[in-house]
Every structure is written in C-alpha cells, then in structure tokens.
Design a protein around this ligand. Structure first.
Ligand code: ZN
Length: 318
C-alpha cells in the first residue's frame, strides 16, 4: 500500500527529486514531462484558493508550557563556541493528489525559494537549513486527510513512511489541510516522549501558502513561523494574557491576543500596562506576512539553547 520512493536522477541545486506513486512511477525526467503536460502553473493563476486560515495549529497549554520550561531549566545545555552555526538537513515532502497546483504540486524552484526565504529569515539566528531532498509523493488520501484534524492515524502513517533522519533533521510536508490551520509543527522537547512523537516530528504546511501565490497576507512566512516552533519558540501571545510568563522570552512584549492579518502593520497594544506595543513584526505572531520579519535577541538565545539541548547535541543520549 505504501508508495515506493523512487529517487530521481536529476539534481536541482542541493536538492534531488523523487517521485513516488503506486499509480505513477516516474523518474524525474518523466515526471517533469508529465508536469509540463498538465498545463497547470500556480503563480499568477486566478483559480487559486482563497486566503487560508490565519491560524497555526501548534498549541500548548499554559500549564504544559510551564512544565516544559521547568524541565528545560534543569537540562538546559549552553551552546558552545563551535556551535556558533547550527546547520540542519531539510527533507521536503510535497504530497500531491495529482500534478496540478490544486492537486498540491509544487515545482522544485518554488520549494527552493521557500527554503531560501527560510534561511534569510533565520540569518540572524545562526541557524541554517540545507535542502537535501525534494520528494513528490503521489498519495491522494494523504494529501486530503493526513493531518491531525482529519486523520491523525493517517498523518502518522504518512510520516512513518516518508520521514528522514532523527532529531536533527527537519522534515516538511505540504498537504491540503482543507479545514484546518495554515500549518503546525512539533516542539523540540517532544521528540523522545513517545514513538509517535518521534515519527510526527517536523512541520506540516498548507500547500497553497507559497511565495508568489494569490494570498495577500500569507506568502511564505508560515514556514518560518512553524520552524520557529520546531526550534523551540512559542507564539508571542502564548497564554493570551497580560500577566504571567507569556512566551518565556523577556524582550517580546506581553500580548493578549494574536494580531489579525487584517490589522496590516499598524501598531497595536493589547497590554497597555506592559511596556511596548504588540510584537506585530515578529515571526511568531499571526500578523500579515508583510509585517513578519524578525526574531528578537531573546528569542534567538532561546532558539540556540533549545537546539543545543534538544536537537543539536552530539552527546545526545536522552
Ligand atoms: Zn504557531
């Protein structure tokens, strides 16, 4: 039942392409021909889906976040000088129903652009992602249903069949996410909790959130946002309160509620008694992608400590 992963012969930049399908079994050359015959492109097309949900499906309760931060303080491992740069291999899984855009197909060039943008967004953090492989998986059921909203078991099946590497490898899947959020990710501290947590590690993205798409508010920063969770950051509005620990980062102002994309980049302050406006320019808010452009120094330090502790520890034996 599971598709055979046919690793293609072509290389695109650092990426290799694979096409897998029980129904179709193309090499990269044949796949490219099939795609060009489909006559479907995604950029500039008028038949693209409406703006996707602004929401992110990466949730953690206030209590659970406190437990994790308490645990983190006991096992936190400072990053060493030789870990000044953290480099992760990125395996991209483009799950499709067919080779049209509506069927989920993303050209390799688009995926490469997404990864380039991701690296640009993370350039201030010392974290870098190398696109090791692009896989195009033809599995209609996965495309429509392999997500925690529609079918968690199917999500686990998809990831178990396709996931590459361990805690230090980033796997990204694009699927339809029909009624769900724009994406969601696994936090780094969950990797070892259960076998299923290890399998589910990575990022799931709604396929239509791409650079150059029709959405005026979501054009690629969702990947940066979700990877922000993967490296250990909460939402800037974590807890949705003007008191408490918030996102456990000192230099992100308290925020009572996520910023709507409809707010544009206009200053807003949902916690008037707390210094500073809401962090609408932060990647970990929900504001429009035209605003989301920064991690704070406090977030960067948290990222680096999280990675040194949970993902990039050569002595890792937990
Ligand atoms: Zn999020």
């Amino acid at each position: 039942m599971l598709p055979t992963n046919f690793v293609g012969l072509l290389s695109l930049c650092l990426a290799t392409t694979a096409w897998a399908s029980p129904a179709f079994h193309f090499s990269s050359l044949n796949r490219n021909e099939a795609h060009s015959n489909s006559g479907s492109t995604h950029r500039g097309s008028d038949d693209l889906p409406d703006d996707p949900s602004d929401d992110c499906g990466t949730d953690i309760s206030v209590d659970d976040a406190h437990k994790e931060e308490k645990r983190f303080r006991t096992m936190r491992r400072p990053h060493r000088a030789d870990e000044e740069h953290f480099t992760f291999q990125l395996h991209y899984h483009n799950v499709v129903a067919n080779t049209s855009f509506e069927g989920g197909w993303l050209d390799d060039e688009v995926i490469q652009t997404m990864v380039d943008n991701l690296n640009a967004d993370f350039s201030s953090t010392g974290v870098n992602f190398e696109l090791a492989e692009i896989n195009h998986w033809s599995e209609e059921n996965w495309f429509f249903n392999a997500n925690k909203t529609e079918g968690l078991d199917l999500e686990v099946e998809m990831k178990e069949s396709t996931r590459v590497g361990g805690r230090d490898t980033l796997n990204v899947w694009t699927i339809q996410l029909p009624n769900g959020p724009a994406g969601y990710a696994a936090f780094p501290w969950n990797f070892d909790k259960t076998d299923q947590d290890s399998i589910r590690d990575g990022v799931i993205l709604k396929y239509s959130i791409i650079p150059g798409g029709r959405s005026k508010t979501r054009f690629g920063r969702t990947l940066t946002h979700e990877v922000g969770h993967w490296v250990g950051l909460y939402h800037t509005f974590q807890g949705k309160s003007c008191s408490g620990e918030g996102d456990f980062v000192d230099d992100t102002p308290m925020q009572l509620a996520p910023t709507s994309t409809k707010n544009g980049c206009t200053a807003i302050d949902t916690c008037g008694n707390d210094p500073g406006d809401d962090p609408i320019f932060n990647f970990m808010d929900y504001s429009s992608d035209e605003c989301r452009s920064e991690f704070t120094p406090g977030q960067i330090e948290k990222i680096r400590q999280e990675l040194a502790t949970y993902r990039y520890n050569e002595e890792e034996q937990r």
